[in-house]
Write a protein that binds this ligand. Structure first.
Ligand code: ADP
Ligand code: MG
Length: 693
């Protein structure tokens, strides 16, 4: 099939709608999408029918409302198009009502106390700005998921609300600059890292199977030290996987673009071309699903966990985020004229203030038990939020703040709005790769998200905190007598109050941790350190005033996230206990028994057996330690479990269970290095990381 036939063949996109909908209907749909208006039932009926015809032509018989509950994965419930006719036959039908509103049995999805069980009903509502697509022969309709009272029970609803909030405040600001902008869009291109390993190897490790990461495993003799994997030749099997992945993604309208190897062996990266944030978020969920499926077809397992291997580079998801007007003007392009510069600098100032004031929310937006292992370890940003602007932009803003001239090559007065600023020399060579939040020329790259996480959360946080700053700035500027002087004052104030968030140095260094502390920046290493801050008065005020969450919604979310954290750790601890008791300790005992036998045989024929005896003694000590480690862990889990899946339980997992897991792992990893390979009950790190050829 030609690429042009393949691309979008499984998505009811703008092209398909323009072709298949009556002109009036198409125009009304566009109007509703562009102005955030609900569709009338009449219009919905016409669209549903055209959509159904399109799907049926492709052999589809069922449809589903596809949504993102707070468990993180996407959910779907399939219904068929079939409707009985009076004459006893069937016809294929999809009504407008079925298109725009669905009622999944919501009781099994987490609601954090928002929905009492006696009215365990929620509904899903079509997001017409995200296109319907066909997956595995099912028509999937992307939807938002709410309780009957309209409380958000998913990740998409707050994202859509945050887009509206930022659009509203952004337009106010842009209109003050005399722009005719009608709509402000947020664009996102997420880069997705992942590991590919052989399925046969995956199945032999209970830890990978149950938790997505290895809970045991000594370092292989060769890891990522040689850096020969990065941008190296891609293995033929992986090439085939990538080719099929690209094709599958193209079919559903995802513009798969780049692919290369990543730092660690077996690690790769995928990136699509950026698009509007709600679509990007849906597409990223779909991409992860398709990656797993395509990998399985090729006999491999795709690991999306943020830290599958200790001591090896983890997997992140870089959220490239920008603001773009309906005329295609990217607000983070520095521009050429003084007016552009003033607007650009003001908007960058808004980012500085937003990121500094809400460090906690950005940390929370990427908080998960899995990502805790990644942040701050092996080539991942630390759990400290800071931002990189580069020397040039930092220098200009600082000069404005200090009321002095900015001089780089040539002297240049940077009084806002009067003179052209020096051209920003932002080339990729001087990019900072270690910053958690980096300006990369015309967008910001947020590098803290973990590879398995939905990008909805980071983006509704980004949008909301930006909306708040835009609102403040617009309030101030609307009242100002001297527009340019007011901009200068705002920039001065922002640099003075929030300049501490800018850090252009090495974020991976020990010194930065110290320096950040001196600057008073937050350092929240654990998810359970971060989550309680979600409902601080500052954050409740932010989300309610921007119309993104009610206080009840925010509290329910916090409850669910803490619960998820506790549950994940419980599963990990139980899996460790199981593996240690049933596999690892027995393997060491077997080996010890055979070495002891060898010692006895040697002694029987009067040969020295000192070494064998030493080995047996060492193993006995390790076995003893491992058993003790198991007991300590068992006690800690029991204690945490009794406290419940709440903040107290979470703190117990952090303070007692995780250290006990680390201690048990240390002993078992040492055992691995002291037990003959043929006795070891599972594939080693080397076997797993280098499994794909
Ligand atoms: P890197 O050097 O980090 O690999 P790239 O330039 O390849 O970065 O871009 C990475 C991602 O950023 C891609 O998904 C790309 O589509 C996205 N991107 C580029 N421009 C924008 C933009 N204006 N808004 C959002 N994302 C963007
Ligand atoms: Mg990147």
């Amino acid at each position: 099939m030609m690429m042009s036939d393949l691309y979008g063949s499984m998505v009811f996109d703008d092209r398909a709608m323009a072709k298949r909908l009556p002109r009036e209907t198409y125009r009304e749909l566009r109007h509703c999408c562009e102005n955030d208006l609900p569709l009338s039932l009449d219009t919905a009926n016409v669209i549903a029918n055209a959509m159904k015809d399109w799907a049926v032509e492709k052999g589809v018989t069922h449809f589903t409302h596809w949504f993102q509950p707070l468990t993180g994965i996407t959910a779907e419930k399939h219904d068929s198009f079939i409707a009985p006719t009076n004459s006893g036959g069937v016809i294929m039908e999809l009504s407008g009502k079925e298109l725009i509103k669905g009622e999944p049995d919501a009781s099994s999805f987490p609601s954090g106390g928002l929905r009492s069980t006696f009215e365990a009903r929620g509904y899903t509502a079509w997001d017409p700005t995200s296109y319907a697509f066909i997956k595995d022969g099912i028509l999937c309709i992307p939807t938002a998921f709410c309780s009957y009272n309209g409380d958000a029970l998913d990740k998409k609803t707050p994202l859509l609300r945050s887009m509206e909030a930022l659009n509203r405040q952004g337009l106010r600001l842009l209109h003050l600059f005399g722009r005719k902008t009608e709509r402000l869009n947020m664009t996102v291109g997420p880069e997705q890292e992942y590991f590919l390993i052989e399925q046969s190897v995956f199945e032999k490790r209970k830890d990978l199977f149950y938790t997505g990461r290895t809970l045991f495993g000594a370092r292989p003799p060769k890891g990522q030290e040689l850096d020969d994997h990065y941008f190296g030749a891609i293995k033929p099997k992986v090439v085939k996987f990538m080719k099929e992945l690209d094709e599958e993604l193209w079919k559903v309208g995802i513009l798969a673009k780049t692919k290369h190897n990543e730092v660690a062996p077996g690690q790769h990266e995928f990136a699509p071309i950026y698009t509007t944030v709600n679509v990007a978020s849906d597409q990223n969920q779909l991409t992860m699903e398709i990656m797993k499926k395509v990998a399985a077809k090729h006999g491999m397992t795709c690991l999306l966990h943020e830290k599958p291997f200790d001591g090896v580079n983890g997997s992140g998801k870089h959220n490239n985020w920008s603001l773009c007007t309906n005329f295609g003007h990217n607000l983070f392009e520095p521009g050429k004229s003084p007016q552009d510069n003033a607007q650009f600098l003001l908007i960058v100032a808004a980012v500085i203030a937003a990121v500094d004031e809400h460090q906690d929310l950005l940390r929370i937006s990427v908080a998960s038990a899995g990502n805790d292992h990644r942040l701050g370890a092996n080539e991942a940003p630390p759990a400290i939020v800071s931002m990189y602007l580069g020397d040039e932009i930092t220098g200009i803003l600082q000069a404005i703040a200090d009321g002095r001239e900015y001089s780089r090559r040539a002297k240049c007065d940077v009084k806002i709005g009067v003179h052209v600023l020096p051209k920003f020399a932002m080339d990729s060579a001087d990019r900072n790769r270690t910053s958690p939040f980096a300006f990369t020329g015309n967008k910001f790259e947020f590098r803290m998200p973990g590879s398995s996480q939905s990008i909805a959360s980071v983006n509704f946080v980004l949008n909301t905190i930006m909306a708040e700053q835009f609102q403040k700035f617009a309030d101030e500027l609307e009242k100002a007598d001297d527009f340019n002087a007011c901009i200068t004052n705002i920039i001065k104030r922002v640099m003075h109050e929030h300049g501490k968030i800018i850090f252009n140095g090495n974020n991976y260094s020990e010194e930065w941790v110290e320096e950040a502390k001196r600057r008073g920046l937050l350092n929240l290493p654990s998810t359970i350190d971060a989550l309680p801050l979600l409902t601080s008065p500052k954050n409740i005020e932010l989300f309610t005033s921007q119309g993104v969450f009610t206080e009840a919604e925010l509290r329910s979310r916090q409850e669910i996230y803490i619960e998820n954290y506790c549950r994940m750790l419980h599963i990990e601890a139980m899996t460790m206990i199981d593996m240690a008791k049933m596999e690892i300790i027995p393997a060491a005992i077997n080996y010890k028994g055979d070495v002891a036998k060898a010692a006895k045989n040697a002694a029987a024929i009067h040969l020295p057996a000192d070494d064998e005896c030493e080995i047996v003694k060492d193993l006995a000590a390790l076995i003893h330690n491992a058993r003790q480690g198991v007991q300590t862990l068992e006690k800690a889990v029991e204690k945490a479990h009794k406290l419940g899946d709440n903040r107290l339980g979470g703190e117990c997992y952090r303070d007692e269970v995780i250290p006990a897991m680390a201690a048990l792992r240390k002993t078992c990893d040492e055992m691995e290095l002291n037990v003959a390979k043929s006795y070891w009950p599972m594939p080693t790190y080397g076997d797993v990381l280098f499994s794909v050829h």
